[in-house]
Design a binder for this molecule. Sequence first.
Ligand SMILES: Cc1ncc(COP(=O)(O)O)c(C=O)c1O
Length: 392
Amino acid sequence: MQFSYADRLERLPDQFFAALVEKAKKVQNEKGDVINLGQGNPDQPTPDHIVEALQTGAEKPKYHKYSPFRGLPKLKEAAASYYEREYGVSLDPEREVAVLFGAKTGLVEISQCLLNPGDTALVPDPGYPDYWSGIALSGAKMEKMPLTAENNFLPVYDAIPESALEAAKLLFINYPNNPTGAAATESFFKETVDVATKQEICVVHDFAYGAIGFDGYKPPSFLQTPGAKEVGVEAMTLSKTYNMAGWRVAFMAGNESVIEAINLVQDHMYCSLFGAVQEAAAEALTGPQDSVRELAALYERRRDVLMEAVCAIGWDAEAPAGSFFAWLPVAEGFTSEGFADYVLEHAQVVVAPGRGFGESGEGYVRVALLEDESRLAEAVERIGALGLFGKK
Ligand SMILES: Cc1ncc(COP(=O)(O)O)c(C=O)c1O
């Protein structure tokens, strides 16, 4: 029997990238040696001391029982000390930190917590598609904020229709940005706090790539902005900073009432994460941080190799300031999807079409720095050999 789905499932956006994954598989089977720069799955292993903390924790019978519903105090205290150490931001571990099963979960949950059907949420375009999923599940509407090169890929609040600003209850932002690799300025965060205060909007800053800044740049936390905790929260995942994407651990920090709402919805949906995972996450946040610096340096070297290769074939593009993505304009005469299909078919290189991140992503592709330097250079050389950018 095929059961009909609830309306809320029918509202979920299409998985734009599913088709690309299928096409890549087909080309891999037919021609072999596909270089996949289309996805965002970190390629390096979790640092040893974190894995060892998991191993030790796994042997503790106390963690074989249910964990406390709202997470281990040890992890929430570690999150607070991480923010104090890295950003000089004080957090109350019990009231201002919620443990998440990965940031994705929290970013979807927050719309369930704060939006009623018909409400409005402001989202970046291009942007991380899971914001849309949460909004769709809650039956709310989206107002897209175009991110363009002219505005350094920052939303322009003055350009948002006054009616949408007045109606908005949630505002999603994300810096360093996926997919554009752009950075936020402190003045942009200040302006965000001002707009949110005036319009009574809850800001959700997705800080997934907070540890990955290039050329000496340390991405600021939104919570460093005066007044930020009054109007918002920040989602910080361990997936990218510590190569723990498979572990599913993150936290949300900031406004007490929002943290309470996240905890409340989670009380009804889950019991918290495996205690040993939480203990290892606490070790990640408070233990040695050399691996984080080394990781950012590794991505910076890869970025440099990529951008040098891109420049050598006459592909005119800006280097990212952070994250592990480069946002490259497509060759003339192509749509982003057409370009991605063409380079997959003819160069066996997977890139993510910008259109999949929203209408304003059209004209670009996203390239991930998640292969080693020689593979990145080879990918660009293969694209160069197609003669789309002037030089071969
Ligand atoms: C911008 C952004 N936010 C959130 C996430 C999800 O992180 P997590 O692994 O913690 O669910 C990703 C993962 O790709 C991301 O790119």
